[in-house]
Unconditional design. Structure first.
Length: 342
């Protein structure tokens, strides 16, 4: 073969290598860069999701309002409050994630009558919670239905001027208008006269808590074990029955959905189990909020504890534990209300 015949063949071979080899090398280079960009984008997206997600999903806040001691010679507080509060803190520490903290908030300054009347609502509205969050409140203390006030006509009393004319109390609570209402006994109660002045309607307390920002609020009322005390006009525990009427009237100060679960029904009390040093209701509520209520047969195991699951669990667990430990002699059935509906 002559050199002239061989030259085009070499030239064609050279051109073929240029057309096929260089684009393949360029594509490999670009694919590596693209893979690095995609990887970096994915890392940024995951990091952003981890950091931003808490701001878009709902979180739960938990507050406690517990009267664990009354003045000497007045009333005995519901026992084992320290154990119940510690159990709530231990069980819920990793379940709470709102801006008010990962631990239950103890409203230690809200136990006196004046604080409950004047400061509780503003304090709740200051909590750094959002509309999408959920607020759970545990309220514990002795309760009773306030007897009528038989103060003599014309005498000076709270809610009246010296000439006997009634003035309008602009606060959320009217001290002179509590006769026949289910009331919370503040820690500064004094037994004097026909009726103590340190009584605050339970509805007003629930409304004050419900004035916080969250759209959904659950208030657990541990109503105490006061069943008979002639000094206070208490001959039976009828608080739960009265709450049916008190919670039925329309909401005023509270907003959105406010649910209440009470520790016991008519003629019952919030009982305690001495060997475990716990109250039945507090223990049942603790277990429910910790996740047990989401399990069968009370819940659907979707890793979200819902209100109806809490109600079913607390009612069943409290009632059965009381029945078993008392040999069937005692009975305690928690009750659920909705503020504005009863």
């Amino acid at each position: 073969m002559t050199p002239a015949e061989n030259t085009p063949q070499r030239r064609g071979s050279w051109r073929g290598q240029s057309a096929k080899g260089q684009p393949r090398a360029g594509w490999q280079k670009y694919s590596k860069v693209l893979a690095l960009l995609l990887g970096a984008t994915l890392i940024i997206a995951i990091t952003a999701a981890i950091l931003v997600a808490p701001y878009y999903r709902w979180q739960t806040g938990f507050v406690m309002l517990v009267v664990d001691q009354y003045q000497l010679g007045t009333l005995n507080a519901l026992p084992f409050s320290g154990q119940d509060k510690a159990a709530f803190a231990d069980s819920l520490r990793h379940a709470l994630g709102s801006k008010i903290g990962s631990d239950p908030v103890d409203l230690v300054g809200m136990r006196s009558a004046d604080a409950l009347r004047d400061q509780l609502g503003p304090q709740m509205r200051k909590l750094p919670l959002r509309n999408k969050d959920v607020l759970v409140a545990y309220v514990r203390g002795q309760s009773l239905v306030a007897p009528p006030d038989v103060t003599a006509e014309g005498a000076t009393e709270a809610g009246r001027q010296e000439d006997g004319t009634r003035f309008i109390d602009t606060r959320a609570y009217d001290k002179g208008d509590i006769g026949g209402k289910a009331c919370f006994v503040a820690n500064d109660v004094r037994i004097r006269g026909p009726r103590p002045r340190e009584l605050v309607p339970l509805r007003n307390i629930v409304a004050a808590i419900g004035s916080a920002a969250p759209r959904t609020t659950l208030v657990a009322l541990d109503l105490g074990d006061l069943q008979w005390d002639p000094r206070l006009g208490v001959l039976a525990n009828v608080v739960a029955k009265q709450l049916d009427a008190d919670f039925a009237s329309a909401q005023v100060d509270a907003s959105y959905d406010n649910w209440i679960i009470g520790s016991n029904d008519l003629f019952e009390a919030s009982l305690s189990y001495v060997p475990a040093q716990r109250t039945y209701f507090a223990r049942a509520l603790e277990l429910a909020l910790a996740g047990n209520a989401d399990e069968a047969p009370w819940g659907n195991a979707n890793r979200v504890v819902e209100l109806d699951e809490i109600a079913r669990y607390v009612e069943a667990w409290t009632g059965e534990w009381v029945r078993r430990t008392s040999g069937g002699r005692n009975r305690q059935r928690p009750v659920v209300w909705k503020l504005g509906k009863g």
